[in-house]
Design a protein around this ligand. Structure first.
Ligand code: TYD
Length: 223
């Protein structure tokens, strides 16, 4: 069994779920929560951008499709990190200090993929902000749910139609943008050992077996 990396500063564990649109992050976070609770863990489920009242207000501005003026890429980057600073301070760090398991739908890898690879903002600027904002808070493990764009975006648009949702500012980007985002995630997964890459185009049970395998390794339970 591989020995999982741990965030030794904290009693709790921090797991992030990443991937493009419609790859099934929410369903798999729900599965991971139930599995961890059945194994005696206290779990906090949260999301980015958002997770606190202030950060959810920033999320609304970030996702809102129509603004009176176009949002500058740098503004978008700083807003994502402003929301993250609040989220870490109010939710993530206190939970990890208590010893809880934090499951977060997106985190800084999304910033690298969307604002870095997608928008083309310099990765070293993002890294400087990451250090400033995160300090010692970083994921112990990141599950990257990856699927070809045709699979993920098809699911995302079906879901939006079923729920009568408006397309948000990111969802209205073109395919080339999402290709770059996917490339960014895959580049991160290839060089950071904390990543587990999961093929999200497989049937849900197979994806969930992969999620469960990772959780088993983290809590040290044999299958
Ligand atoms: P999310 O609610 O996870 O969208 P979806 O359910 O469609 O996957 O995330 C909202 C959007 O915010 C998503 O399009 C990606 C974007 N985002 C960034 O651009 N940068 C970031 O750092 C984060 C956390 C999200």
């Amino acid at each position: 069994m591989s020995s999982p990396q741990t965030n030794s500063r904290f009693k709790g564990r921090f797991i992030t779920f990443e991937g493009g649109e419609g790859v099934g992050k929410s369903t798999n976070i729900g599965f991971a929560k139930d599995w961890l609770e059945a194994h005696g863990k206290t779990v906090v489920v949260t999301r980015e951008p958002g997770g606190t009242p202030i950060a959810e207000k920033i999320r609304n501005d970030l996702l809102k499709a129509h603004h009176e003026e176009p949002m500058a890429d740098l503004t978008e980057l700083l807003l994502v990190f402003a929301a993250r600073a609040q989220h870490i301070e109010s939710v993530i760090r206190p939970a990890l200090e208590r010893g809880d398991w934090v499951l977060c739908d997106r985190f800084t890898d999304s910033t690298i993929a969307y604002q870095g690879y997608g928008r083309g903002l310099p990765l070293e600027q993002i890294d400087a902000l990451r250090k400033l904002v995160q300090q010692h808070v970083s994921p112990d493990c990141t599950l990257l749910l990856d699927a070809p764009l045709t699979v993920g975006m098809g699911r995302a648009s079906r879901r939006a139609a079923e729920n009568n949702e408006q397309t948000d500012r990111f969802e209205s980007e073109d395919l080339a943008f999402f290709e770059k985002v996917r490339e960014g995630f895959l580049a991160l997964a290839a060089c950071e050992p904390r990543f587990t890459l999961i093929d999200a185009s497989q049937p849900l049970e197979v994806v969930q077996q992969a999620v469960e395998q990772q959780l088993r390794e983290m809590i040290g339970v044999q299958s």
